[in-house]
Design a protein around this ligand. Structure first.
Ligand code: PLP
Ligand code: COI
Length: 344
């Protein structure tokens, strides 16, 4: 296909930063139902000062990407999974469900409308898609909102952690991002609000991000502030923590599948004890924004544990990265239903 004229950006050197693009999708929930939703050119929302989103954190969001393939077409990676996860987040915060099929259609529409902002194939950048829902309307008591806004905006982004596929170091946090029976498994703003200070402290010490431990015992690795954690044992098992208080990462579940079926590894979701890291030869952070970011080492108090290397990416991590991104960019056929085309 012929690519629509692209924006004039330095595609290879984009950071993970906000940028206005041309269109967003926006829909309103009132009197118990969603309206049809529209594409508009706005980039602000005006809401009542009593809105529960502002005071009581009644807010959920998603993060996904659109990828430009070699032939110039545009595709999404498992968008229905983001729609399903948003439904679960909404249930947890007593917000109305946005139907998954409509969610996927709205994502496709907003990406297509912003086609010229989808970075070229092999530029190292992608179009980041941010769906979110907020509880709005006149309110002051702690109760669910009377009205809601669901919106989707997009922007081109580069790597989330500096270096991309270059290893970076992480630090174990004394803080928790979520409580044992709290909202850790939901993609809600409150989890990220509580991660701001620990994240800042980690960055001040030149670490990429925090590693959070299980909030009940502080002995097991849960996840990274903005991604899930995985590690590879010396006998080639792909391991990722099992916990009800981490975000169920779509990238992580995709890697569990690919590690087993494409790479022939054993896989498991299980406890990862902080004092058992010698079991692993490689480790990484995985997520939509993070893709696969190799973890060089983990600082825990005075102890610094190096996995494969602080400068080189391990071979299994690299293979996982190559397989995942080949599917996302259309160079390798993925399992049925993983890829949804936006333009042919
Ligand atoms: N964990 C946290 C806390 C995140 O913010 C993200 C990003 O979405 C992930 C994990 C990775 O999830 P996914 O692979 O679905 O993007
Ligand atoms: C994502 O990977 O999409 C995220 O949501 C991570 C972060 C930017 C919050």
């Amino acid at each position: 296909m012929v690519e629509k004229t692209l924006q004039n950006l330095d595609w290879a050197n984009l950071g993970f930063a906000y940028m206005d693009t041309d269109y967003r999708f926006i829909s309103y929930w009132k009197d118990g139902k969603w309206d049809e939703g529209t594409l508009d050119t706005g980039n602000t929302v005006t809401i009542n000062q009593g809105s529960p989103a502002l005071h009581y954190g009644q807010q959920v969001f998603e993060g996904m990407k659109a990828y430009r393939t070699k032939d110039g077409s545009i595709q999404l990676f498992r968008p229905d999974e983001n729609g399903k996860r948003m439904t679960k987040s909404c249930e947890r915060l007593m917000m109305p469900e946005y139907p998954v099929d409509k969610f996927v259609e709205a994502v496709k529409a907003v990406v297509k409308a912003n086609e010229s902002w989808v970075p070229p194939y092999e530029s190292g950048s992608t179009l980041y898609i941010r769906p979110y829902m907020i509880g709005v309307g006149e309110n002051i008591g702690v109760k669910p909102a009377s009205e809601y806004i669901f919106s989707i905006f997009v922007m081109p982004v580069g790597p989330y952690f500096k270096g991309g596929l270059t290893p970076t170091n992480f630090i174990v946090s004394d803080y928790d991002r979520a409580a044992p029976h709290g909202t850790g498994a939901a993609k809600v703003g409150g989890n990220y609000a509580s991660s701001l200070l620990p994240g800042h402290l980690a960055h001040e010490r030149q670490f990429s991000d925090c590693i959070y431990l299980d909030p009940a015992t502080h002995t097991k690795i849960e996840e990274v502030g903005s991604a899930n954690f995985f590690a590879i044992t010396h006998d080639d098992e792909f391991v990722t923590p099992y916990s009800p208080s981490i975000l169920p990462s779509i990238t992580k579940y995709s890697l569990l599948h690919l590690a087993e079926h494409n790479l022939g590894l054993k896989v498991s979701e299980r406890d990862v004890y902080l004092n058992g890291l010698d079991e692993f030869k490689e480790a990484g952070a995985c997520g939509t924004a993070a893709v696969i970011s190799p973890i060089g080492g983990i600082q825990n108090g005075d102890d610094f544990h190096v996995f494969y290397s602080e400068t080189e990416v391990g071979p299994v991590t690299r293979q996982l990265y190559n397989t995942l991104t080949a599917i996302q960019f259309g160079d390798l056929e993925g399992p049925e239903g993983w890829i949804v085309k936006v333009t042919e």
